[in-house]
Design a protein around this ligand. Structure first.
Ligand code: OAD
Length: 248
């Protein structure tokens, strides 16, 4: 690989990760591969409020399978490299991930914003109770109900705490990320393992540039928004990230 990227004492690093970062752990990506999740499932069936209303058991089957898969794999050198960067940079580091598999946390990352939610959290589809930790792999036709609604005489279904198509990202998360960028003295933005097809994450590179940031893409294949980065390092994140940075 060409020369390392230097991170001096005034640099703040924002990293955006996507499904490609978990690919080397054995989790299938969504697009751009023959076994991509969206090749096998219709997005609107398993990742939209309408799909859930239509067939909640099928939606729970999809997410239960993904829970089981995520639990069965381990973080790879790409996840570990980001956790170790955070150890060195402290508050000058932030990780925004589109991944819901929890692998960054298991690798030791702490300053993580899970902008698309988490496979390991569940919430009510109706009431405003807080999302809660839930690792349950539900049975084939099982659809869990909300205990709080039931205790108040109602009945409603629990759903995965995932941002589905047509839903808004949590504005608190987006605010955290834009505040990190605007507070940075010198901003470095690195996107890794993401096709740049889904907004608002695909637009972070433009925001970073507006704040004067240097922008780098680490991706195996060309990304939809690839032309907006200062530099593209083509390769596997588990191979590139561990030796990409030189921290002062
Ligand atoms: P995609 O599946 O769209 O893109 C994965 C990208 O990672 C592709 O560009 C691959 O070339 C690249 N890639 C694959 N293996 C890699 C590796 N080992 N190292 C580096 N790059 C690799 O996944 P995302 O961009 O994460 O949203 O998709 C964004 C969102 O679309 C997801 O969060 C999900 C999906 O619909 C929701 O479910 C809300």
């Amino acid at each position: 690989m060409s020369e390392k990227i230097r991170i001096d004492k005034s640099t703040s690093l924002l990293v955006l990760t996507g499904a490609g970062v978990s690919a080397e752990s054995g989790i299938p990506t969504f697009r751009a591969s023959a076994d991509g999740l969206w090749e096998k499932h219709r997005i609107e069936d398993v990742a939209s409020p309408e799909g859930f209303a239509e067939d909640p058991a099928m939606v729970w089957r999809f997410y239960s399978e993904r829970r089981a898969k995520a639990k069965s794999v381990a973080p790879n050198p790409g996840h570990h490299a980001l956790a170790s960067l955070e150890e060195q940079l402290g508050d000058r580091f932030m990780l925004a991930t589109q991944n819901v598999d929890g692998l960054h946390g298991r690798a030791g990352s702490k300053r993580v914003v899970e902008i698309h939610g988490s496979l390991f959290k569940t919430r009510c589809s109706r009431c405003d109770r807080e999302p809660f930790a839930d690792e349950t792999v539900y049975g084939h036709d099982e659809v869990p109900g909300c205990g709080r609604c039931a205790s108040e005489g109602g009945s409603s279904l629990l759903r995965p705490h995932i941002v589905w198509f047509g839903e808004m990202l949590d504005p608190v998360d987006l605010h955290k990320i834009s505040r990190f960028m605007s507070n940075a003295n010198k901003l470095l933005f690195v996107a890794a393992g993401t096709s740049g097809a889904v907004y608002p994450a695909a637009g972070f590179v433009q925001t970073a540039r507006r704040y004067g940031g240097q922008t780098i893409l680490v991706n195996q294949e060309a990304a939809d928004n690839g032309g907006q980065f200062h530099r593209w390092i083509q390769g596997r994140s588990g191979e590139v990230l561990p030796s990409l940075f030189d921290v002062e």
